[in-house]
Design a protein around this ligand. Structure first.
Ligand code: ADP
Length: 474
């Protein structure tokens, strides 16, 4: 991070600056090229036009009016040379500063003799000249020629000035671009650097860190996501701490019982064999409860981390309900409870894991039996087109309305001591709710104090095309 070229603002700045240069430099060069070639071309055109004008003048009369030509040459700041039919110099304008006629090569002369015009640039006397020559042809015979040499000095001076202006404006633009780039890259990189530092703080456990959100664009969205992540992490950390505190508390109770009763037996503090047996039974049941808590905790944490393996298939929920009811039937009968099932006949399919679905129903049936002293447990299956509802209704003690929203939380108990007496782990409903969600369904409870509770599992129906025929075929 210390190396400047690795910094985001430097990278952004470098990119923008490169773009600026890619545009500014070629644009200046192109402008310079266009202006130069336009001006030189204009000069060529003017020189050639003058040569045409002069040759027309010469062709008009028999005598060459040298004075007129000279005046014109002076007036237009050019040098004029007139050749005779032999190709020798016949006349020349007066104001020529040391430019002799010798600049024409033999090839140039031959070109004119052949009747071809001449249009070229030459360096004469340390100055660049445009040389335009036109032959005078009468009946295809060379009768002389006029040659105009026009200095490019003025044009070159103009071009030099243009270049200077262009260079200065390019440098000015580059300075403005550097300033603009600096401000822009700072503005763009500031929130990113802030986010980088915030994420480092969050990673270090400072979960109250927040990134200021300045905009609604992608950077703003990212800043908001980082803030949400921090909130989520904080919630996760708090609930994990609470969960660990709960676990320790839950495990401590049975362990205290185990230690206490084991000590009573060890030190033979009981009065009769009968009492000893009772204590041993407590030790047994507390050990089983401990085992159940550990097993349920393990199960729940696997579910929450999405690590339980589910063998999904089209499951006949009527069959699964029948199996679950059969398993708890003895328990209900022993307690003097009436267990009724209203399930109907044809198979009803849901997409799920049969073992997990049975576990879900067993948890609910187990609770219904546990929290009902007398009366009955009624299980009914109500299919609709897209869903299937399983109602497990008991005539038990009920759950106060204020507590209903919390019963699916881990270790939440309506009556802490009473429920422990019942031997539950405090995780049954949390597991049931998680299993229902894993099957794409919902779980809710309705309850009236002293009248009973109904748990309603709602699962989406599956429609195996091949199985539907079997299901409705009989
Ligand atoms: P536990 O192992 O304590 O039964 P659960 O998660 O299964 O834990 O249930 C949480 C709490 O919800 C129970 O402690 C009990 O107070 C209440 N509860 C669950 N099912 C019923 C029911 N059918 N009737 C009355 N109360 C119930």
């Amino acid at each position: 991070m210390n190396r400047p070229w690795k910094r985001i603002d430097v990278k952004i700045g470098f990119t923008i600056m490169s773009l600026f240069l890619i545009i500014i430099v070629p644009m200046s060069l192109i402008t310079e090229r266009i202006l130069t070639s336009y001006n030189v071309q204009q000069e060529h055109r003017k020189t050639n036009e003058l040569a045409i004008h002069l040759i027309t003048m010469m062709s008009a009369g028999d005598n060459i009016n040298l004075d007129a030509i000279s005046t014109m040459a002076e007036f237009t700041q050019v040098h004029v040379f007139v050749l005779d039919p032999e190709g020798k110099l016949a006349a020349k304008s007066k104001h020529h500063h040391g430019i002799g006629f010798t600049f024409l090569t033999a090839a140039n002369l031959e070109q004119l003799r052949q009747g071809h015009p001449l249009d070229t640039e030459m360096r004469l006397n340390k100055e660049n000249y445009i040389v335009a020559g036109l032959p005078m042809m009468i009946e295809d015979r060379f009768r002389g020629a006029v040659i105009v040499a026009s200095s490019l000095q003025t044009v070159e001076e103009f071009i030099a000035e243009v270049r200077q202006v262009l260079l200065l404006s390019t440098l000015g633009l580059i300075v403005i671009a550097i300033g603009f780039t600096y401000l822009l890259s700072r503005k763009m990189s500031k929130p990113l650097l802030q986010m980088a530092s915030a994420t480092r703080h969050i990673a270090a456990g400072k979960l109250n860190t927040r990134v200021p959100v300045h905009s609604d664009d992608e950077i703003g969205v990212l800043a908001r996501s980082i803030n949400e992540l921090a909130v989520e992490l904080k919630h996760y950390r708090d609930s994990r701490n609470e969960f660990i505190a709960n676990i320790s508390h839950e495990l401590k109770t049975p362990i205290t019982y185990l230690e206490g009763y084991a000590q009573v037996i060890e030190e033979e503090l009981y009065e009769s064999e009968e009492e000893k047996k009772r204590y041993l039974a407590i030790i047994g049941s507390e050990a089983r409860r401990l085992d159940r808590i550990i097993h349920d905790l393990f199960d729940l944490s696997k579910m929450e981390e999405g690590q339980i393996s589910m063998k999904l298939e089209h499951v006949d929920i009527r069959l699964i309900t029948a199996y679950a009811v059969e398993k708890v039937l003895r328990l209900a009968t022993e307690k003097g409870l009436n267990l009724e099932v209203e399930a109907g006949d044809p198979p009803l399919f849901v997409w799920g894991d049969p073992v997990r679905l049975e576990q879900l129903l067993l948890n609910l049936l187990d609770n219904a039996i546990r929290y009902t002293k007398q009366g009955s447990i009624h299980v009914s299956i109500l299919p609709s087109e897209a869903q299937v509802q399983i109602h497990i209704r008991d005539t038990g003690q009920g759950i106060p309305e204020a507590e209903l929203p919390y019963i699916f939380e881990r270790f939440y108990r309506v009556e802490k001591s009473r429920s422990r007496e019942h031997g539950g782990s405090g995780l049954g409903l949390a597991i049931a709710a998680k299993l229902t969600a894993l099957h794409g369904g919902t779980l809710r409870a309705e309850s009236l104090i002293e009248q009973g509770t109904t748990f309603i599992v709602m699962l989406p129906r599956s429609q195996p095309s091949d199985l539907v025929t079997i299901a409705t075929g009989h």
